[in-house]
Design a protein around this ligand. Structure first.
Ligand code: PRP
Length: 205
């Protein structure tokens, strides 16, 4: 049995769409069911839907063989003990530095983010120290209320920045979603996994 983890949230709908295009149909609607393990029409493939930040741990432990997860999540995972099998080119967005207009970088500025590792690495490269404020959502609120000087966050349409009068200062990385695999599981299930990967890569062609 191959177990595939899909990140909850914006990735899920597009991932399910790709699976249905390669004729992998979930027996329960992943967007509605409360079932944690979802069988599919392929006897050898089941789906688990989990929080994006939990995907690397499940993959690393081998409890899950494959995962569909955003590069933003993987940037925060220091272990990086998995194979990157394919870029699914879904949920495309970018990781950026943003803040109130007219603000300049300075030493020991406060940076609010869901991505402390990526944020710290970026500012280290720029040659500045910063204190990271780890938040879990609505990151844009932090500079608006003066909790932080800058944010490091995902921008997709740019609507959230615009509606809150924030300015994008720099792009840290382009983000999309990858199909990743546990290394041991990949070796043991190579043929099955490669068949699935080639269908996923070629589904639109
Ligand atoms: C993400 C991100 C931004 C927003 C950007 O938040 O953290 O807030 O989307 O999207 P946009 O550029 O299309 O406006 P998400 O909706 O995942 O929720 P969160 O704020 O609770 O993290």
């Amino acid at each position: 049995m191959i177990r595939l983890a899909i990140s909850k949230g914006r990735i899920l709908e597009q991932a399910i769409d790709i699976l249905s295009k390669i004729n992998v149909i979930c027996k329960y609607d992943p967007l509605n069911t409360r079932k944690l393990i979802i069988p599919t029409n392929k006897r050898e493939l089941e789906i688990v839907v989990i929080k994006a930040t939990d995907v690397p741990l499940y993959i690393d432990s081998g409890k899950v063989d494959l995962g569909i997860v955003g590069i933003d999540t993987l940037l925060e995972d220091s272990a990086s003990n998995y194979y990157r099998l394919a870029d699914l080119e879904i949920s495309k967005c970018r990781l950026v530095v943003a803040g109130n207009p007219g603000t300049k970088y300075f030493n020991n500025m406060k940076v609010a983010t869901k991505y402390p590792y990526a944020a710290k690495s970026y500012f280290e490269e720029v040659g500045l120290q910063c204190s990271i404020l780890k938040l879990y959502g609505s990151i844009e609120l932090a500079p608006v209320l003066g909790l932080s000087d800058f944010i490091v966050d995902i921008v997709e349409s740019g609507k959230t920045l615009k509606e809150n009068n924030l300015k994008e200062y720099d792009k840290i990385a382009d983000i999309s979603s990858l199909l990743i695999a546990n290394k041991v599981s990949y070796k043991f299930n190579r043929t099955k996994i490669e068949t699935l990967v080639s269908k996923v890569i070629n589904y639109g062609k």
